[in-house]
Design a protein. Structure first.
Length: 653
């Protein structure tokens, strides 16, 4: 590291409506230095880096590059000055391949006519991948890639441009531990080559390992720059959050109850990868326990979750959510006591699908009966009493509820008869019976609901919450306001709508409550467009929405991705609280520390199969690593290891 400053930011201020994101921040970057930026979610790190990269113009302040003051008006100016940036929210074109994205705007072309030199491009990219140990399929479309791979494309895109000043905005949030280690080594090498690096991360151990100096931000203000060698993680987290943070989760022994979710011999075929990505997976999640799925990314965990949540089709096998009704028609009265929902409210809050189904049924009956009517006339018999009339315009036509319930009961009886017949015809078929107690709470009860054919909405109402892996693609409607995003799963509930019109006041009140409880920071509260929020706060919004529904089953994929240490501590506590309240939790995490910390049971996935079931108290990170890499495999019935040679390389099939 040399003493010359390549970048100097002086008194940078940047405001957005309702918030001062950067308030008089000064920072310098030396040649060959790795300078970390640390700060809680919404502290203004990405904004400051975007100012340096020319994406935002600062309200005031100066930027010096190599000692000379520069006005960086757009990213082209920044590129000209040798500044490159890996963005927290990727700037990739979804329908282009990795290769097209990497070279976009920097295409090597022939001197005459500007033809692209495809061979040169590919070779230089392959060299880059080899040098930095990145396994990326250059011909795969971005839309088809998991977020971890997109992150690698984003990094390659910057490295390909051969800049001298590199900004990494949270590059490690979605990488696997091994990839993070490789990236750390690469960053050190780049610094040795004389490049200067600005590195944003919430993971204090990474900062301690790789950075020379660290600048801490809080609520848009700079708290100072420290030498990494003279500090420790506890001190840094205290400085950043303003209080002591407990990095280890304290939780009581789990008391698992009956099954909430049972997955049996599940197989999922991926059309993109053109192979079976989940093979013969069976497991269950019980009430009051946290089950973690560990594994190296790309071993089928994502697809398993997609199948459970309804984002991917199931090829064979079954997914059963037990006692679906208890959530669907539940309501809390003023005193917080659970009550069955009355018939009329149920009509109001029930989903429109059902009404459609009934009307379709009525039309069908009408045609069948008209036909029968004609036949009976033709035969000169007594006219047939139309079935439609008897069933739907009932002896009690004054009651709309009666009408609806008769139709529902009818649908249920028909459904059960169909299931019975299918079970008779196919030996292996698992009937999906629906039960109903008409005299009691009048609720529809799926005894064992098979989810395979259910819509995402039905699964969600039925009792599954899902914190998805890709927050921007599946978790949020980015151009909707925060409050709309917070009711995305429940806007049709009676609380939030009257006769089909959404109730803005109810939404705002609810949003304000969640914003306060989960400390979601944004410029304009509930009215903020989610796209403009900081990455960590977007994640917090999803977590708030999903945790607040208190569903019997919570599926959480990398829930603490991109969160600061204070927020991680809070979210871990909330997940444990939900477990203790009786929910079953399926957690998918790439971070073994989180897996060991939170789980009550660990399932390890390798090449689409579950290869081990472990007790976190009786295992070590090293042992999990062996199962994750396929070096070991367990018989799930006896919980004894199978020698790989005997098993005939099944794991490597
Ligand atoms: N384009 C924008 N319009 C309005 N507000 C914005 C915009 N960009 C950022 N903000 C606000 O500025 C604040 C700082 O955001 P920034 O993205 O810099 O945070 P951050 O430190 O990177 O946080 P994280 O760790 O969550 O990524 C946030 O409150 C955010 O809502
Ligand atoms: Mg950020």
């Amino acid at each position: 590291m040399q003493d010359t400053n390549v970048i100097e930011l002086k008194h940078i201020c940047k405001s957005f409506p309702g918030i001062k994101a950067n308030d008089d921040i000064s920072l310098d970057l030396k040649k060959g230095e790795i300078h970390a930026l640390l700060g809680e979610n919404g502290a203004g790190k990405s904004t400051l880096m975007s100012v340096l990269f020319g994406m935002y113009e600062p309200d005031s302040g100066q930027i010096f590059v190599n000692g000379k003051e520069e006005k960086i008006k757009n990213p082209n100016d920044a590129t000209r000055l040798g500044i490159g940036m890996v963005h927290q929210h990727f700037m990739l074109v979804g329908c282009y391949t990795a290769l097209q994205n990497i070279i976009l705007g920097y295409e090597p072309a022939t001197k005459f006519f500007g033809f692209l030199k495809p061979k040169d491009v590919r070779q230089s990219l392959l060299d880059l991948c080899k040098k930095y140990k990145f396994e990326v399929n250059l011909d795969e479309k971005i839309d088809d890639m998991p977020v971890g791979e997109q992150q690698k494309v984003e990094i390659l895109k910057m490295l390909y441009r051969k800049n001298d000043i590199l900004i990494f905005d949270e590059p490690t949030a979605v990488l696997t531990p091994q990839e993070i280690d490789d990236l750390m080594i690469s960053m050190k090498e780049l610094a040795k080559e004389g490049k200067s690096i600005l590195f944003i991360s919430h993971k204090l151990n990474e900062i301690m390992e790789v950075a020379d100096r660290v600048t801490v931000l809080r609520k848009g203000k700079c708290l100072g720059t420290l030498d990494v060698k003279s500090t420790d993680p506890q001190h840094l987290s205290r400085l950043m959050v303003g209080r002591d943070v407990q990095l280890v989760v304290s939780k009581k022994e789990a008391k698992p109850g009956e099954d909430v979710l049972t997955v049996d011999k599940l197989c999922v075929y991926s059309a993109e990868k053109k192979r079976e990505v989940v093979h013969d997976v069976s497991f269950s999640v019980r009430k009051g326990e946290i089950v973690c799925v560990a594994g190296i990314e790309g071993n089928g965990q994502s697809e398993l979750v997609y199948a459970l949540a309804g984002l991917e089709k199931v090829r064979s096998g079954s997914i059963i959510l037990h006692n679906l009704d208890t959530y669907r028609y539940r309501r809390l009265d003023k005193n917080g006591v659970e009550k069955p929902v009355s018939g009329f409210n149920r009509i109001a809050s029930d989903n429109i699908d059902h009404v459609r189904r009934v009307s379709r049924e009525a039309i069908k009956c009408f045609f069948i009966n008209s036909y029968r009517h004609c036949v009976s006339l033709f035969n000169k018999k007594k006219p047939f009493v139309p079935y439609v009339k008897k069933q739907y315009f009932s002896p009690k036509p004054e009651s709309a509820i009666y009408w609806k319930e008769t139709a529902q009961r009818d649908a249920i009886l028909r459904h059960n008869a169909r299931e019975k017949l299918k079970a008779k015809l196919h030996k292996d078929y698992q009937p999906n019976f629906v039960g109903a107690d008409w005299k009691g709470d009048q609720s529809l009860r799926y005894v064992n609901a098979h989810l395979e054919e259910m819509t995402i909405r039905d699964r969600s109402i039925g009792g599954i919450s899902h914190i998805p892996e890709d927050r921007q693609k599946y978790g949020l409607a980015l151009d909707f306001s925060l409050k709309d995003n917070l009711v995305l799963q429940r806007y049709f509930e009676r609380k939030f709508q009257t006769l089909g019109f959404t109730n803005d006041r109810a939404k705002s009140e609810y949003a304000n409550e969640l914003i306060k409880r989960y400390d979601i920071r944004s410029s304009l509260g509930g009215s903020t467009t989610v796209r403009s929020m900081s990455g960590g706060n977007q994640q917090k919004a999803i977590i708030a929405r999903e945790l607040d529904r208190n569903t019997p089953l919570l599926i959480a994929v990398q829930p603490t991705r991109g969160l600061d240490v204070g927020a991680i501590e809070f979210i871990h506590k909330e997940i444990v609280k939900q477990r203790d309240a009786g929910s079953g939790i399926l957690l998918v995490s790439l971070e073994l520390e989180e897996v060991m910390n939170l789980s009550d049971r660990i399932l390890v996935m390798f090449k689409g199969e579950i290869v081990a079931e472990l007790d976190p108290k009786k295992t070590t990170v090293q042992e999990i690593g062996l199962y994750m890499s396929g070096a070991k495999r367990m018989d799930l019935k006896t919980h004894k290891d199978i020698p790989l040679s005997e098993e005939g390389g099944k794991a490597h099939a």
